[in-house]
Design a protein around this ligand. Structure first.
Ligand code: GLN
Length: 456
């Protein structure tokens, strides 16, 4: 038994050297959890559908006793004092927590390059990005180092890297999974999401972490279905919406081609295809980058050098401590967003930016609600392009922001959304399926169907 785990660990560390997925590995904790799970298995005492499953966590998620830095120097050396609710649920379900995974600093980014430590590489081509911000979570699963992982998704950070790495990435409805114990980026948009190579394991992980938590005021108290036993149902008769006004020019040819193939397959299987338009959806990126930066500028105010992590030692006064600490230990992109956030919240610009963005957000939500009166799910590509080369977009932030075009509307409204692989000539391409509020079961079932039909 011992050798099995050691062998696995050595193989994992060898691969890890190439890919750079982990910030820290909890060798002892994982080994203990492994033996305990083996013991339960031998004694027919398996606790849950994830008992013995090797899972790791994006470094935004607190796991008691393990370092947590959210990809930032400012939190270097900080040890999590408690478990996030999702972590305590995974532990009591018998999952093996392998460690903490690489990401963009404070989850701000789409390529995993925005951090001072290292870039996670895409297992499909080491010179390519793994996506972001949950870069390590996606790359480690795609390389089969771990079975599943958790990430956070504020504007696409689970679905987009899943698409780039050819795996499944799922963001549940806002309120479905407790956010207690995650480091906040933009609280009205943040949601914990799940990665695995297949829909069934995503469903298994989800059913073990979802559900009401009194420690999170935004958590909703409704029953959690047993998602993993609800897969494989007929798709005939399902109404699938295709967004007509949402296939931008930047969409690459191959993505479009694979998307069209899925649409054809759906048609052949008597799924009802409905063309829909969602007015204002093209404003989602602008709305997102106003609201996310506004919320981030307030959430990140707590990193002042006194309460957590690093402090810039200086003889100056308190204000100097704040200034020097934040200047020295926060990265460029994080600073850019704090500045943007403060700007849109400033009294002079508040009405023009923040309030306007909130009102467009409401309009987009109303339009989605109208669309969902006609359809059960909506589909579109997950990303306009495939994984690009490391360094390609690093100094062109606007271009990088535009890559979130398909994923951010889902966060603005709080809907469930999944990315499932639909094709791969050289690098993988994902399909996004968006569901009604709290209808995760429908989204997972259709994603499972897409996954199975690809094997034919
Ligand atoms: N790429 C988006 C951003 O940089 C989304 C990030 C996320 O979902 N955490 O804000």
């Amino acid at each position: 038994m011992k050798n099995l785990f050691r062998e696995y660990k050595e193989g994992m560390l060898r691969m890890e050297r190439e890919l750079g997925c982990f910030f820290s590995v909890d060798e002892l904790g994982a080994e203990n959890a492994f033996y305990q799970s083996e013991f339960r298995r031998c004694n027919q005492q398996v606790r849950s559908s994830v008992d013995g499953m090797v899972i790791a966590l994006k470094d935004m998620i607190l796991c008691k006793g393990l370092p947590v830095c959210a990809g930032s120097r400012i939190l270097e050396g900080y040890i999590a004092p408690y478990d996030a609710t999702v972590v305590s649920r995974l532990k009591s379900s018998g999952a093996i927590i392998m460690g903490k995974l690489n990401q963009d600093e404070f989850a701000m980014g789409s390529s995993g390059e925005n951090n001072p430590y290292k870039v996670s590489r895409n297992p499909w081509g080491l010179e390519r990005v793994a996506g972001g911000s949950s870069s390590g979570s996606a790359a480690a699963v795609a390389a089969d180092i771990i079975k599943g992982s958790l990430g956070t998704d504020t504007g696409g950070s689970v679905r987009q890297p899943a698409s780039f790495c050819g795996i499944v990435g799922f963001k549940p409805s806002y309120g479905r999974v407790s956010r207690y114990g995650i480091i906040s980026y933009a609280s009205s948009l943040d949601q914990i999401g799940v990665f695995s190579s297949n829909v069934k394991d995503v469903a298994r992980i989800l059913e073990n972490i979802a559900g009401y938590d009194e420690k999170d005021l935004t958590s909703i108290n409704i029953e959690v279905p047993r998602y993993s036993s609800m897969l494989g149902r007929e798709v005939k008769g399902i109404k699938v919406g295709i967004l007509l006004n949402f296939l931008p020019d930047e969409l690459d040819e191959e993505t479009k081609r694979f998307f069209d193939i899925v649409v054809l397959k759906l048609k052949q299987n008597h799924v009802e295809l409905v063309s829909i338009t969602i007015p204002y959806i093209e404003s989602s990126i602008s709305v997102y980058y106003i609201l996310a930066t506004a919320e981030a500028s307030s959430n990140l105010a707590r990193y002042d050098g006194l309460r957590y992590g690093q402090i810039y030692k200086t003889d100056f006064n308190l204000e100097q401590v704040y200034k020097k600490t934040r200047s020295a230990f926060l990265g460029e992109e994080v600073k850019r967003r704090i500045l943007l956030g403060n700007y849109v919240l400033s009294s002079k610009h508040y009405d023009n930016y923040y309030l306007k963005a909130q009102s467009i957000r409401r309009k987009i939500r109303d339009e989605f609600e109208k669309a969902f009166e006609k359809v059960d799910v909506i589909i579109c590509p997950t990303t306009p392009t495939k994984a690009y080369k490391i360094g390609d977009k690093l100094h062109r932030p606007l271009e990088m922001y535009l890559g979130d075009i398909f994923t951010v509307p889902v966060n603005l409204i709080g809907l469930p959304g999944i990315s499932v692989p639909i094709g791969c000539k050289d690098f993988p391409i994902g399909l996004q399926i968006i569901g009604k509020y709290f209808d995760e079961a429908m989204v997972l079932n259709l994603a499972h169907w897409v996954q199975e039909v690809r094997k034919e």
